[in-house]
Design a binder for this molecule. Structure first.
Ligand code: GUN
Ligand code: ZN
Length: 447
């Protein structure tokens, strides 16, 4: 029998989280950054209950894990990623529309098989945890069973997961097309069975405007209207050929984003991936709706889609979070995506601080998803989704970190040089789901 999981757990290390949004370009961000060097993070019944200096060890009623000298962050939130696309990550030679036809659609067809969907869901969520991502907004495939598999695998791991079956009824291989009536039935059934269960939420998942008929978009809008609290996720304005195509398919719409707005799909529960080719009116509409942009820098670079104008989104008041968009993106590592995000901004003559970047992957994403009471920070009452990281891995990073003096310098170097190899442990609701060099077995399963 495995030892029962401790009700009271204290983790010691350098605690870093955010209490508000750092301003653009502000490397001090004193009012937003909460850095507590050498502190205990106190966790009771799976939730954060406080923190105290390292010298003030909690008593023996606490199970103590000493990660002194390591960095402790809230688990990352990946706001846009495709579970079946681990199979096609790093595929050569195409831009978005060809890439979908050549690699992605064939891979997604395999998920018609329940055994593929089940194995793929477990593999995918374990990979997220191995990269320090404890919450995610995920595209399954068009198959209802693929969403079922993800929900059930997330439930077993106690993870916060937002997902849904993909809606697609045209411009895709017949094996990947649903129809409006059956899709509505499948979505309704999935919503009733999973939405609000444990830490799970349903997202109406419109792949992108070109693969849905107007009737299907209207049905998606109806689902959102009838089930307040569910999310909607889709892609928008990612690639110039795609934007042109949407203009041909929906001539009545003012813009790509407007296609979704007209179908009732633009509101505060909306997560829109990419948003590279937006204009000022689109940004104003996103801001007014309170919707979230899932900025996917690695994918945008890899597929040659374009450079996201984060500064313009920020100026328009649009919420921006960060996403891996694997398999368009080439890594599940949020640090690698943030390092790419920095370079994208540098191309525009802008500088992305480590604070802005890490905030977008933690508290900023949580706020954008309306989940700041649950995830993204070490505020008391939040779930204890916590990751412990080596400050440096390897001689080059060790030397660089030794040379750092100011806090921002150190955290920026960490963000730029680290990846999943730095992960020491990942706790989900206070349960260790990943510990380096240890296989974690016999854990409690919330579901
Ligand atoms: N647009 C429609 N489908 C996809 C997808 O799977 N990945 C990306 N990056 N863009 C898309
Ligand atoms: Zn995507």
């Amino acid at each position: 029998m495995a030892a029962p999981h401790p009700r009271r757990l204290a983790l010691r290390g350098d605690l870093l989280d955010f209490t508000s949004a750092p301003a653009w370009g502000d490397v001090d961000a004193a009012g937003a950054v909460r850095f507590r060097a050498d502190h205990w993070l106190l966790i009771e019944a799976g939730r954060i209950v406080g923190a105290r200096p390292g010298a003030e060890a909690p008593d023996d009623s606490w199970s103590r894990v000493d990660h002194r000298g390591k960095l402790i962050l809230p688990g990352f939130i990946d706001t846009h990623v495709h579970s079946p696309q681990l199979d096609v990550i790093a595929s050569y030679g195409t831009a978005l529309l060809d890439w979908l036809d050549t690699y992605t659609f064939p891979a997604e067809q395999r998920y018609a098989e329940a055994s593929e969907a089940d194995a793929g869901a477990s593999r995918f969520l374990d990979a997220l945890l191995a990269h320090g991502t404890t919450s995610a907004v995920v595209f399954a495939t068009v198959h209802k069973g693929s969403a079922d598999a993800l929900f059930s695998a997330a439930c077993e791991r106690g993870m916060r997961l937002i997902t849904g079956k993909v809606l697609m009824d045209r411009h895709a291989p017949p094996a990947l097309c649903d129809d409006v009536v059956q899709a509505e039935r499948d979505c309704t059934d999935l919503i009733e069975r999973w939405h609000g269960t444990d830490r799970l939420a349903y997202a109406v998942t419109v792949r992108f405007a070109p693969t849905s008929t107007p009737a299907q978009l209207a049905m998606a809008g109806r689902l959102c209207a009838t089930h307040p609290g569910i999310y909607m996720q889709t892609h928008v304005a990612e690639n110039r050929d795609e934007v042109r195509w949407v203009g041909e398919l929906f001539p009545e719409a003012r813009s790509y984003l407007d296609v979704y707005a007209r179908a009732g799909l633009l509101d505060a529960r909306g997560v829109f991936a990419h948003g590279i080719w937006l204009d000022a009116a689109d940004r104003a509409a996103l801001h007014a709706a309170g919707a979230l942009i899932a900025h996917s820098p690695s994918s945008n670079l890899f597929l040659g889609s374009g450079l996201f104008d984060w500064r313009a989104a920020e100026a328009a008041g649009v919420a921006v979070a960060v996403a891996s968009d694997v398999g368009g993106g080439t890594s599940l590592s949020i640090q690698r995506n943030l390092a790419d995000a920095y370079k994208v901004q540098a191309m525009a003559g802008e500088r992305l601080t480590a604070w802005k970047a890490l905030h977008a992957a933690t508290r900023g994403a949580a706020v954008g998803l309306g989940l700041a009471d649950e995830i993204g920070s070490f505020n008391e009452g939040c779930m204890a989704d916590v990751c412990v990281w080596d400050w440096a891995s390897g001689a080059v990073a060790e030397r660089r970190l030794d040379m750092c003096r100011a806090l921002h310098e150190k955290v920026f170097a960490w963000m730029t040089l680290s990846d999943e190899r730095n992960l020491v442990a990942a706790y989900v609701a206070g349960v260790p789901r990943r510990e380096r060099h240890l296989s974690v077995t016999n854990l409690p399963t919330p579901c």
